[in-house]
Design a binder for this molecule. Structure first.
Ligand code: UGA
Length: 434
């Protein structure tokens, strides 16, 4: 099929590349000409395993191309996906400026007799589809279109497998014609498709991300009880997760959730519920627990080191989770800033996130960045694991211990085996376990 994706950010780019991979012809539109040129050359502005290969292969096969012209995209496609950012505003509600602008731009280029399905892929508040449809029709009375919702559930770091083999595809549509076309788009993926009305599909996305955040906060609250009682949160998570109704996924206690989706979407869902007059108090508690998790962890660091001022502390990890270079809303970054504010001397190392952390000035210039994990640990009085990269689990800990000043490990993601660490001579502190 002929498809157009407006917005070549994380979701747009990965979606476009995967659609091309299964045989569709895809035009990715972005208003940043530099980005368009880079992508057309096969250069990828983000780190996502497998993405560079996928883009290069499909550009070479002429199934994928990039342009800055919405008209080019809309003219030459049956279906137009909108995948532009929907950032948070100060009050937590969603800023829909980019979506509204794209709706007007589509209206400006739609020609009479050109039926198009307009698909909202960005995460948007319930009822946005109705507004997009009304906006396009207001600016172009002859427009023939259906606006539908098709939320994306991919995770950064495993975006390609998530997109190629998703648990489900949600299509929110009130038009059989549009639904049939969308089913053809997803036919090659051979996955279950749930067809709903537009409002329900939009709600599914916020409800899903909020539920996953709730699961994380739940286990983090349990981790506090484990610490107070001497129980082990990993065993508790295994025990409850073996119940298939609950499931073990997203029950990993740690420093809390971060990234550009969960914090934003929980806030947005709270704002949406408030605006609709159906306040969602439970989600406020989810946020409170999440924020408290880092403070509880820092308290443990203080209890062991006493005063943090002038202490040399190593932080392993900057990204909000492993296998990505994304440092936005990363708890690791918050942690470093709090340590520095207390006067600690921090040296950090991350396999992929150091460049962006510096580029966006997310950490103070006084924070040293080391070339390797072991180098970062040199002279340290404490080592804090903030992001669970596999590379950290497979370090030579005899070497790490030898270079540290005092061998204390604070494992913010329960990555290491406490028994092994203690046998090696480390003082070990995890989350929710002794
Ligand atoms: C999340 C959702 O998982 C995707 O389904 C969704 O499409 C995406 O948001 C989005 O809305 O675009 P993502 O933010 O890439 O994906 O990352 P996750 O793997 O979900 O992790 C989010 C945060 O939760 C990370 O900071 C991670 O460390 C934390 N987390 C995750 C935990 O603390 N414990 C867990 O058990 C799982």
């Amino acid at each position: 099929m002929e498809l157009c994706i407006i917005g070549s950010g994380y979701v747009g780019l990965v979606t476009g590349a995967c659609f091309a991979e299964v045989g569709h012809h895809v035009i990715c539109v972005d208003n940043d000409q530099r980005k368009v040129d880079m992508l057309q050359r096969g250069e990828i502005p983000i780190f996502e395993p497998g993405l560079e290969d996928l883009v290069q292969r499909n550009v070479a096969a002429k199934r994928l191309r990039f342009t800055n012209s919405i008209e080019d995209g809309v003219d030459n496609s049956q279906i137009v996906f909108i995948a532009v950012p929907t950032p948070p505003q100060v009050d937590g509600s969603v800023d829909l400026t980019y979506i509204e602008r794209v709706a007007r731009e589509i209206a400006g280029v739609l020609k009479p007799g050109q039926y198009r399905v307009i698909v909202d892929k960005s995460t948007v508040p319930v009822k946005t589809g109705e507004k997009v449809q009304a906006t396009i029709q207001r600016y172009n009375q002859n427009a023939e279109l259906d606006v539908i919702s098709n939320p994306e559930f991919l995770r950064e770091g495993c975006a390609i497998p998530d997109l190629m083999r998703p648990d489900r595809i949600v299509i929110g549509s009130s038009s059989q014609r549009a639904t049939d076309l969308m089913k053809r788009v997803y036919e090659p993926f051979q996955v279950p498709i749930l067809v709903t009305d537009v409002n329900s599909a939009e709600l599914i996305k916020h409800a899903a991300n909020s539920f996953l955040s709730l699961k994380i906060s739940y286990i983090n609250a349990v981790s506090a009880i484990c610490e107070a009682s001497g129980a082990d949160v990993e065993m508790v998570a295994d025990g409850i997760g073996m119940d298939r109704r609950i499931g073990r996924n997203f029950l990993n206690a740690g420093l809390g959730y971060g990234g550009s989706c969960f914090p934003k979407d929980v806030k947005a869902f709270i704002a949406i519920a408030d605006e609709l007059g159906a306040p969602f108090q439970l989600l406020k508690e989810v946020e409170r627990i999440n924020a408290g998790q880092l403070d509880r962890f820092l308290k443990k660091v203080r209890e062991a080191l006493w005063v943090l001022r002038e202490k040399r502390i190593t932080v392993w990890g900057l990204t909000f989770k492993p296998d990505t270079d994304d440092v936005r809303n990363s708890v690791a970054i918050d942690l470093i800033n709090k340590l520095v504010a207390e006067g600690a001397h921090v040296t950090a190392y991350d396999p992929k996130g150091m460049e962006k952390a510096r580029e966006y000035s997310l950490i103070p210039t006084s924070v040293k960045l080391a070339a390797t994990a072991v180098e970062a640990a040199e002279g340290a009085e404490a080592l804090i694991l903030a992001t669970e990269w596999k590379e950290f689990a497979s370090q030579d800990f005899a070497k790490v211990k030898a270079v540290m000043h005092t061998p204390q490990v604070f494992d913010g993601r329960n990555l290491f085996n406490p028994k092994t660490m203690r046998e090696m001579g480390f003082a070990y502190h995890g989350v929710g376990r002794a």
